[in-house]
Design a protein around this ligand. Structure first.
Ligand code: GDD
Ligand code: MN
Length: 451
């Protein structure tokens, strides 16, 4: 298949009257270039498959049955992208509303360096003429406008984000990241891959050759549902638009409120406020850890409790300390009201705590490399800032303060790094069991889960 020039993916459903003429016109248009046509057929009977076989026995057909038939038209296109043998793929409808004569222009635009090329009805030289009736035109215009309003930046310069006729470098997208249902597969590609090099060619949209359109009110509804979902899924803050973050935030707020009540109660029973604060801190940390262990990340954790607790305490300590510094900076240096500064600190701490808890504390196996790096710098940075602040308060000269802080970061990072190597080689338990000669007897390597 290495000399294959292109794969033409055709999603179809009950198009027996169209596939023959379509194959003929594709053949003429391709003018001798080696290509394959891959139909992804969702028909409820064999008529379309038979019509394809009769017209061209070499055409590939994936007749999706039952469970396989996910996502309708968009799912069919995604399956087609997965199964295509060429890196150059053209997606087009079966009903000849997309003239095959445009295919060579799409392919040569890909060869010119574009990764995505759209056949547009709304660019110079294009024509939506084949849309049946003024109502379809209105719907088409409104849905295009809505898409552009929802993704003003990602769709800049795209005149027809609803077109079902486009060329794509398969290697430029990962079909596994696409989930759309219904009719708007191109929109999802545009939204999820905003950095694709893209281009347009004009499309004179024809009338359907035979049969009826499958676009109906249900597709319109599906589109309206898909749009906000796609917006959330592609926003930079999607990390925090999850049920997990919601659980985390609710639990954190409840525990913090419980801490306030506890502190008040202890002080009223006559306990020294400083001691009461210590008790309150210990209780809320324990509650937070348990809640996140049992609820927020319940799907993840079982093994490695000691390691998780130590990372939890280290990273929480670091964010507490950074909050304190941020508060000092915001209220003293910037002059913010103390409650406003406190609010900013809370938001920062919630975001950082959530991230490191997700990536380091309650991971499925070992922490992700990136999360570990973030956590390590978080703790090292907090320690260094703390040492720096203390020395500065003791009126040491600035260069000494700076040098001591940098040294603290370096030492801390080295120490954590060494500890991590221990964990990965021997696990946590081994060390406890052979506490007398820690590290000398390399027993049981941790399984693959710790890699
Ligand atoms: N596999 C599969 N499964 N194919 C489907 C399905 C499905 O559930 N529904 C429709 N198709 C196929 C049709 O057989 C046809 O080849 C193509 O997808 C487009 O369907 P039409 O029913 O002809 O839709 P349309 O003409 O209303 O919509 C076209 O124009 C829209 C813009 O106006 C499509 O190209 C849309 O993607 C496009 O947004
Ligand atoms: Mn059509």
């Amino acid at each position: 298949m290495s000399d294959l020039y292109a794969t033409i993916v055709v999603p179809c459903r009950h198009e027996e009257g169209n596939v023959g003429p379509l194959l003929d016109r594709i053949k003429t248009a391709m003018n001798g270039h080696p290509y394959e046509v891959l139909f992804v057929d969702d028909s409820d009977n064999d008529a379309t498959v038979q019509a394809i076989r009769a017209a061209d026995p070499n055409a590939l057909v994936f007749h999706r049955m039952g469970e396989q038939r996910w996502g309708g038209l968009a799912g069919a296109v995604i399956d087609g992208l997965r199964m295509a043998h060429s890196d150059r793929v053209v997606v087009m409808d079966a009903d000849l509303q997309h003239p095959p004569e445009v295919v060579p222009a799409l392919l040569s635009t890909l060869d010119g360096g574009a990764e995505l090329v759209m056949a547009s009805r709304y660019t110079d030289g294009g024509d939506p003429g084949g849309l049946s009736g003024p109502f379809r035109r209105l719907v088409s215009g409104a849905s295009t406008w809505l898409a552009k309003a929802t993704f003003p930046i990602r769709l800049r310069g795209v005149t027809d984000p609803m077109t079902g006729f486009f060329g794509l470098r398969r290697s430029a997208v990962d079909a596994g990241t696409l989930h759309s249902r219904g009719f708007k597969i191109l929109l999802e590609i545009l939204a999820r891959y905003p950095r694709l090099r893209r281009a347009e060619v004009p499309l004179r949209f024809d009338k359907r050759l035979s049969g009826d359109s499958k676009g109906d009110a249900r597709q319109g509804l599906e589109y309206l549902k898909q749009l906000p979902r796609l917006r959330v899924a592609t926003t930079p803050l999607r990390y925090f638009a999850t049920a997990r973050f919601r659980d985390f935030a609710i639990g954190g707020a409840v525990v913090a409120a419980a801490g306030v009540v506890l502190l008040e109660a202890l002080v009223r029973t006559g306990m020294d406020p400083l001691a009461a604060f210590g008790v309150q801190l210990a209780v809320t940390l324990a509650l937070n850890f348990s809640y996140n262990y049992l609820v927020t990340w319940r799907d993840r954790v079982r093994a490695g409790l000691a390691r998780r607790i130590s990372w939890f305490l280290a990273t929480r300590g670091a964010t507490q300390f950074l909050s304190w510094l941020l508060f000092a900076g915001l209220s003293a240096a910037v002059g913010l009201h103390h409650q406003v500064a406190n609010g900013v600190c809370l938001v920062m701490a919630a975001a950082v705590n959530y991230y490191v808890t997700d990536k380091v504390v309650f991971t499925a196996g070992a922490a992700s490399a990136r999360g570990r790096r973030v956590a390590r710098w978080l703790v090292a940075g907090a320690a260094a800032l703390g040492i720096g602040a203390a020395l500065y308060a003791a009126h040491l000269p600035a260069p000494t303060v700076l040098a001591a802080s940098l040294l603290a970061v370096a030492l801390f990072n080295t120490a954590i790094g060494a500890l991590e190597v221990r964990w990965r080689l021997y696990g946590w338990r081994t060390r406890r069991r052979s506490s007398g000669c820690a590290g000398r007897r390399p027993t049981a390597r941790r399984g693959s889960g710790s890699r």
